[in-house]
Write a protein that binds this ligand. Structure first.
Ligand SMILES: [Zn+2]
Length: 255
């Protein structure tokens, strides 16, 4: 009997090792803007609250990305069914739409902002320059980034100017990584040690530079992400992602 049970356990472990390879144990979701006119990578406010409610109903408890790392490093406790919500680009809806929706549900998130895009005040609010596959939206100001942080949200770097890092030489690469960290720490008055790759684009030569620039971990997407702490796998949330699909991806830890 005991032998059978052990064999079953072994089979389960082997299957899990195969199925779980390449993604972290806790699902990490990757959102962009939450706006009325969503681009391909964005969601509408109505869609967003439905997604949050579906995750809550499915028993997920949000934690900041750093809680995952602390758990791995120091065995600090995680809630039951933990999940990490991340938001890239630092668009203004983070404070106007995302924060109230998260707070109403007792949820937290990690926001990855582009340091050179952050405006000093309302009069200097910049517009997220649209990339090939991203639509442009107003970007956060420094008082808003500080307010997000003061509200208990986690802030990380999404580079200085949002380039494709693999296209940069070593000097420019280090400047994007180190420079954004320096600017964010100065503006926020708090340490910054998490990074999200612009366009989720990362190559092997970049990962050691992320560590050299003082980061503790970095998140990527479905193509380049895996278990590596400097390229963690994120589940992308897109315009067409329904609440039910999102819960399915979160349960599976992949999409
Ligand atoms: Zn981005």
């Amino acid at each position: 009997m005991r032998t059978t049970r052990c064999s079953l356990l072994l089979v389960a472990l082997v299957l899990c090792a195969a199925a779980c390879r390449g993604r972290p144990d806790v699902p990490i979701l990757g959102f962009h803007a939450v706006v009325d006119s969503p681009g391909r990578l964005d969601v509408t406010p109505t869609q967003f609250v439905a997604q949050l409610d579906a995750l809550v109903a499915a028993g997920f408890h949000s934690v900041p990305l750093s809680a995952l790392l602390d758990h791995a490093d120091r065995a600090t406790p995680l809630p039951e069914r933990p999940i990490v919500l991340t938001f890239d680009d630092g668009t203004a809806d983070a404070i106007r739409v995302v924060l109230p929706a998260l707070r109403a549900r007792g949820m937290v998130a990690t926001f990855f902002v582009v340091s050179s895009w952050i405006g000093d005040d309302e009069a200097h609010r910049s517009l997220h320059p649209a990339g090939a596959d991203e639509s442009s939206h107003p970007v956060l100001t420094w008082p808003e980034v500080r307010a997000l942080h003061a509200a208990g949200m986690e802030i990380g770097s999404h580079s200085r100017t949002h380039p494709r890092l693999p296209e940069l030489d070593d000097k420019a690469l280090l400047e994007e990584l180190r420079g954004s960290r320096r600017e964010l720490e100065a503006g926020l008055g708090a340490p910054i040690d998490l990074f999200a790759y612009p366009y989720n684009s990362v190559r092997a030569r970049i990962e050691p530079v992320v560590i050299a620039a003082g980061y503790r971990a970095a998140v990527a997407g479905q193509d380049h992400g895996g278990r590596s702490r400097t390229a963690l796998y994120r589940i992308g949330v897109y315009r067409e992602t329904s609440p039910q699909e999102l819960v399915g991806y979160a349960r599976a830890g992949t999409r």
